[in-house]
Design a protein around this ligand. Structure first.
Ligand code: COI
Length: 334
């Protein structure tokens, strides 16, 4: 198959080339897929995209006109693809449902530990040989309550790690994970109860119509005033404006995130020579109790290897005329 790989970053190309092992004919572009760049896919059977790409209705229509038959995502999340349009136009779409839930959950834990123990501020002081400890007090995680919003693959790893810290676990999900209940003592409850009772809230749900702005002022007002919220899922699961107000008014303790509601077109680029034209991002970045990373929770050797391997397994299945197990069938949700 001829495959155009959009948003290809230098660090991932060796993994993709190795996994392909010359089976498919690959072309890499560092541009993101959108209705303007869809034109580059003329002559390709498949496009391979990432979270920074936008496969909206217009883009998919263009891909169809250019005779592209397959879209394979190098991600778990597929909120950037209009699946209904793809289905209607007969373009098959597949994702990578689990390349490394550990990579994401471990990043969530790093954000939590860094925020709680003020590691970045402590190190900043140390670099200047300022060994004063004022303002660096955190809390023991042991025996604290952690609310896991979304107990799927990533959320369940997060729950197990936090169980190892001796935390009490609350969970909110439409489907219950019995193993978490039986072996890790996780108790399912309503989102409201989770927000009221948790010292730490970690978000692991996909972004869709039901979860857009799931965490908003109504819930922020129910939370403990020192709660630490961690988001390694998608920015738009939290209402950013409500979040900023809650942080500024000290209604919540701290926020650690690898994602941002308006990250498209901003993340994955070096914008250090210009100030981003986004007041919310500037405000969030300026708050002392906020720790942000630029969507790099997935960046481990294992995750990159699995993403590359499974991308070509998806393409192999389609090339052989077989059905692909990672094909996305929940078209109603998007
Ligand atoms: C995902 O897998 O959905 C991510 O957010 C990480 C990245 C590979 C896009």
């Amino acid at each position: 198959m001829k495959v155009l790989i959009y948003s290809a970053r230098d660090f991932e190309i060796p993994y993709l080339k190795a996994a392909n092992n010359s089976r498919h004919q690959l072309e890499f572009t560092n541009e993101s897929l959108c209705s303007k760049t869809a034109m580059q896919a003329v002559g390709y059977d498949a496009v391979c995209i990432f979270s920074a790409d936008e496969a909206c209705f217009l883009t998919i229509e263009k891909l169809k006109d250019f005779n592209v038959k397959y879209i394979t995502l190098r991600s778990v999340g597929y909120d950037n693809v209009n699946l209904r349009a793809a289905k209607r136009l007969g373009i098959k779409v597949a994702n990578i449902p689990a390349y490394s839930p550990h990579a994401i959950a471990e990043h969530a834990v790093s954000l939590l530990l860094n925020l709680n123990r003020r590691i970045i501020e402590s190190n900043r002081r140390f670099k200047r040989f300022n060994f004063k400890l004022d303002g660096l007090i955190g809390m023991d995680l042991h025996q604290k309550t952690v609310g896991i919003v979304g107990t799927g693959k990533i959320g369940s790893v997060m729950a197990k790690i936090m169980h190892g810290f001796g935390c009490k676990l609350l969970g909110y999900d439409l489907e219950k994970d019995e193993e978490l209940e039986t072996n890790f003592g996780l108790e399912y409850c309503s989102l409201e109860q989770l927000c009221e009772q948790s010292h730490i809230i970690s978000i692991h749900v996909p972004l869709n119509a039901e979860t857009h702005y799931l965490i908003n002022d109504e819930l922020f007002y129910m939370m403990k005033s020192d709660v630490i919220i961690i988001n390694t899922a998608r920015g738009a699961i939290i209402n950013t404006e409500h979040l900023i107000e809650a942080l500024k008014e000290n209604r919540i303790g701290a926020y650690g995130s690898d994602v941002y509601e308006h990250e498209k077109g901003v993340f994955f680029k070096d914008l250090s020579q210009q100030v981003p034209d986004d007041l919310n991002l500037i405000q969030l970045n300026a708050l002392p109790n906020v720790l942000l990373t630029g969507h790099h929770a997935y960046l481990t050797e294992e995750a990159l290897t699995n993403i590359a391997d499974q991308t070509f397994q998806n393409l192999d299945r389609w090339a052989a005329g077989e059905s692909c197990p990672n094909e996305l069938t929940q078209y109603e949700t998007n």
